[in-house]
Structure formats: structure tokens, C-alpha cells
Design a protein around this ligand. Structure first.
Ligand SMILES: Nc1ncnc2c1ncn2[C@@H]1O[C@H](COP(=O)(O)OP(=O)(O)O)[C@@H](O)[C@H]1O
Ligand SMILES: [Mg+2]
Length: 233
């Protein structure tokens, strides 16, 4: 059985008489340990799908099997536990706590899970040992994103979800950040999903899922994911 099985997932948002269908009848499977890229233009429904996989939102209909358990049927309390224990998030704008140091931002996350990674080791994994005592405002965008990655992987998530992680970064820094995500995933055997609207970045995935207008256009296994060194955009 695949690690993730999304079956006929639809997510509608209703306000008054208006209904927006953000995800329409999505189905796909992801193997454990894979890096998956989700590619699509703005408004296609990428973040909605990522939020559903991360237990931040629930579908209007359909099943979301994670390791055989349908999280679409979870109660609010079960979703909280799932988010805490199983999922790491990396967002476009880092979302660090500004009055905590890099180290403290990572500690906060490791403290809410049992069996968390060592904080110093995690900062080293993302190459930030020297900046542990700095506050977010004292760090560059790329460094802040690396803190966010450290925070996400510190709790040893089964699933690492990254929503446009390089969207606010320049080319060179963006590439470094993708490498850190890839390395961290490999070393921790984590299943990773990276949302992007950049088709070059999408080629780093073991599986490339294209979404357009709320629907899946294609699900393409990539037997030879493009190494980051060879990706240019
Ligand atoms: N909480 C929400 N309430 C109402 N509409 C939403 C909400 N979240 C997303 N949408 C709508 O769903 C569609 C897909 O949004 P989103 O998943 O954010 O796309 P993407 O991440 O691909 O840019 C958009 O039309 C958006 O306006
Ligand atoms: Mg989005």
C-alpha cells in the first residue's frame, strides 16, 4: 500500500450563494520516502491540497489515507495530534517567531513532540550552527528559511510539506534551500511534498503532479529526477 493515497478529494468553499471548488476529484498515490513536486499556476488549488494533506483543512468529500488511516475522517483533536506528530511545514514566508532566536524557534517545535531530534544537530544539518543565537531579523531570507526547515524536521515528521519554499528567495539562495530540503529528507527518510509554480524546480521530484483549475492534469513518475545542479530557472 502506498504511504499516501488521495482518493476523489474535492474541497469546496462556500460563502453565501457562491461556491469555489479549490480541489475537484483529485486522486493520486505517493510512496514513502519520495520527493513529490506539485506544479501549477496561482489559484490552481495547490495550497488547499497541501493543507488537507497536513491536517490543516479537511476535504468536502473523498479519502486521504496516510499510512492506511483516513485523516479526512479525523476529529479536530485527532487532526491536532496528527499535525503535531507527523507533519512538518515550510512556508513561503518562513513564519518564524520574531522574538525567539533561531535555536529557540527550533526548540519550540522539538518540545511538542516525543523523540524529537537534537536541536544542535538539526541546526547543523541545515548549516546554521553559527547563527543559532541570532533572531530572525538578523538573518537573511535564505537563513530564515533554513531555520524553518530545521524547525520542521526537528520533530522527525513522517511528512514534510513545503508550500512554495523558494518563492521569496533569489535564484542562488532558492537552490541552496531546495538542497537543504532534499538532504534533510534523505537523511531522515521523510516523504516530502514541495509545491511550486516553477516547472524547472518540479523536475527534482520522484513524482511530478500537475494541477490546473482545481484538477489534476497529470501524475508523472520521474525515474531520473533532475539533480539540483542541473536545474536552472
Ligand atoms: N479558505 C478559503 N476560503 C475561500 N476560498 C478559498 C480558501 N482557500 C482557497 N480558496 C480558493 O480556492 C482556490 C485555490 O486556492 P489555493 O489552493 O490557495 O491555490 P494555489 O495555492 O494553487 O495558488 C482559489 O480560487 C482560492 O481563492
Ligand atoms: Mg498557494
Amino acid at each position: 500500500m502506498a504511504y499516501i493515497e488521495v482518493r476523489h478529494v474535492t474541497r469546496e468553499f462556500r460563502s453565501g450563494t457562491q461556491t469555489t471548488v479549490a480541489n475537484r476529484d483529485l486522486s493520486f498515490e505517493v510512496e514513502r520516502g519520495n520527493v513529490v513536486t506539485i506544479l501549477g499556476p496561482s489559484g490552481a488549488g495547490k495550497s488547499t491540497l497541501l493543507n488537507i494533506l497536513g491536517g490543516m483543512d479537511t476535504p468536502t468529500s473523498g479519502e486521504v489515507l496516510i499510512d492506511g488511516t483516513d485523516i479526512a475522517k479525523f476529529s479536530t483533536k485527532q487532526l491536532t495530534t496528527y499535525r503535531r506528530q507527523a507533519v512538518g511545514f515550510v512556508f513561503q514566508f518562513y513564519n518564524l517567531i520574531s522574538n525567539l532566536t533561531a535555536r529557540e524557534n527550533v526548540e519550540l517545535s522539538s518540545q511538542i513532540t516525543q523523540d524529537a531530534r537534537d536541536v544542535s544537530e538539526t541546526l547543523e544539518l541545515v548549516g546554521l550552527s553559527q547563527r543559532a543565537q541570532n533572531f530572525p531579523a538578523q538573518l537573511s531570507g535564505g537563513e530564515q528559511q533554513r531555520v524553518a526547515i530545521a524547525r520542521a524536521v526537528a520533530k522527525k515528521p513522517k511528512l514534510l510539506l513545503c508550500d512554495e519554499p523558494t518563492g521569496a528567495l533569489d535564484y542562488k539562495t532558492g537552490k541552496q534551500v531546495l538542497r537543504v530540503i532534499q538532504d534533510a529528507a534523505q537523511q531522515t527518510q521523510t516523504t516530502v511534498i514541495i509545491v511550486t509554480h516553477n516547472s524547472a524546480i518540479a523536475q527534482m521530484g520522484d513524482l511530478v503532479i500537475r494541477i490546473n483549475d482545481a484538477q489534476i492534469q497529470s501524475v508523472t513518475p520521474n525515474a531520473h529526477p533532475t539533480p539540483l545542479d542541473e536545474i536552472t530557472w
